[in-house]
Ligand binder design. Structure first.
Ligand code: FDA
Length: 317
């Protein structure tokens, strides 16, 4: 319920303005978002690298139905990759990028029809191919984020088509979705980079598990398939129990053959602790002006954050 109400609030221009004009609320945004410009993103990536962490950068913006915007987002990624390479940050994939298919055109051409269609899928594939090519030139990789379940088939087709030409392209699967265990088995193939996360979207019961407990059990089942398989698992969670299971399963794997992933601003001490123990840890760092839907998903994950955020909206400083 709470999550659904928050997702609905994501569309509210009033809330967005209130946040932008309230310093204490802005501080909550700054916990999760690196800043608005590519310079901000590169600075945060540089600092994380200095602390021994790997990075994936996400240029915020999603669900666009504007062709120019999809093209501009693509250009922003290409520009960012050039900047990162110039600083030597992309070497061996140390800093890579994450891209949402709906940010680069998946929903174009829908004309009143909700969800992806053939036109949007072609445009998103072409834009992603440009970004992947720029990433390869820079010596790094691209991971294709997962969005709500209506986009899953198209996103997996796009990722599959790109992977057949560019094997390093990463795919994201969400344990919350009932389909994911089958998707995980299909993708547990040699060298395939798969990020497993719980899933951040409010989904209908027919598509997704309804309780946190069932999502966690699904995550553990999928994790086992990935960690005992021949691919490259990217385990995206801050959940201490799932991190423990990952560590146990990791003992049977060759060193460096999987990584932990966490969000910028969430459990930073644990990120550093794991990295200091010799594990590969990648931090997902979003940047850009269009931070509102991302913030709403982070607040929905944690009621305590929401309370803090609402209090800060009401404060004057
Ligand atoms: P859970 O939500 O159970 O949190 C476990 C603990 O982590 C909490 O008790 C708390 O301590 C801490 N925590 C979690 N979220 C927090 C927050 N927002 N603020 C403060 N503390 C918090 N989703 C998706 O649908 N598509 C995607 O492509 C991605 N990509 C992605 C990349 C990476 C690197 C990560 C880490 C996550 C994603 N996600 C995602 C988001 C993911 O699906 C999920 O919503 C969040 O990671 C929260 O789930 P946890 O596994 O952390 O567990």
């Amino acid at each position: 319920m709470l999550r659904r109400a928050l997702m609905a609030a994501a569309a509210s221009e009033w809330v967005r303005k209130a946040v932008t004009g309230t310093p204490a609320a802005r501080a909550v945004v700054d916990q999760y978002v690196a800043g608005e410009s590519s310079e901000d993103a590169v600075a945060v990536a540089r600092a994380l690298r200095a602390a021994g962490l790997l990075v994936t950068l996400d240029y915020l913006g999603e669900d666009t139905t504007d062709a120019q915007r999809a093209a501009a987002t693509t250009a922003q990624y290409v520009h960012l990759l050039g900047k990162l390479a110039a600083e030597g940050l992309t070497e061996d994939g140390a800093v890579e990028v994450s891209v949402k298919p709906t940010a680069v055109g998946l929903l174009l051409g829908a004309e009143g029809e909700p969800g992806p269609n053939a036109v949007g899928e072609r445009v998103a594939t072409e834009h992603l191919e440009r970004i992947v090519t720029a990433a390869l030139d820079a010596g790094t990789t691209v991971t294709i984020d997962a969005e709500d379940h209506t986009t899953a088939d198209a996103a997996l087709r796009i990722a599959g088509s790109l992977r057949s030409r560019f094997p390093s392209v990463g795919t994201v699967l969400q344990a919350a979705l009932r389909r994911t265990e089958a998707d995980v088995r299909a993708l547990a193939t040699p060298g395939t980079r798969v990020r497993l996360c719980k899933g951040a979207y409010a989904e209908p019961a027919a598509e997704a598990f309804g309780t946190r407990h069932d999502v966690d059990k699904s995550f553990a089942r999928c994790l086992r398939v990935l960690m005992t398989g021949p691919g490259y698992p990217m385990v995206a969670t801050h959940d201490p129990r799932l991190i423990d299971i990952t560590r146990s399963l990791g003992f049977a794997r060759p060193a460096g053959s999987f990584e932990y992933q966490m969000l910028h601003g969430v459990r930073p001490d644990e990120q550093r602790r794991l990295a200091a123990s010799g594990a590969k840890v990648r931090v997902y760092v979003p940047y850009g002006g269009d931070w509102y839907p991302y913030l709403v998903r982070r607040l929905a994950e944690r009621p305590a954050n929401l309370a803090l955020f609402l209090r800060s909206l009401g404060s004057k400083s």
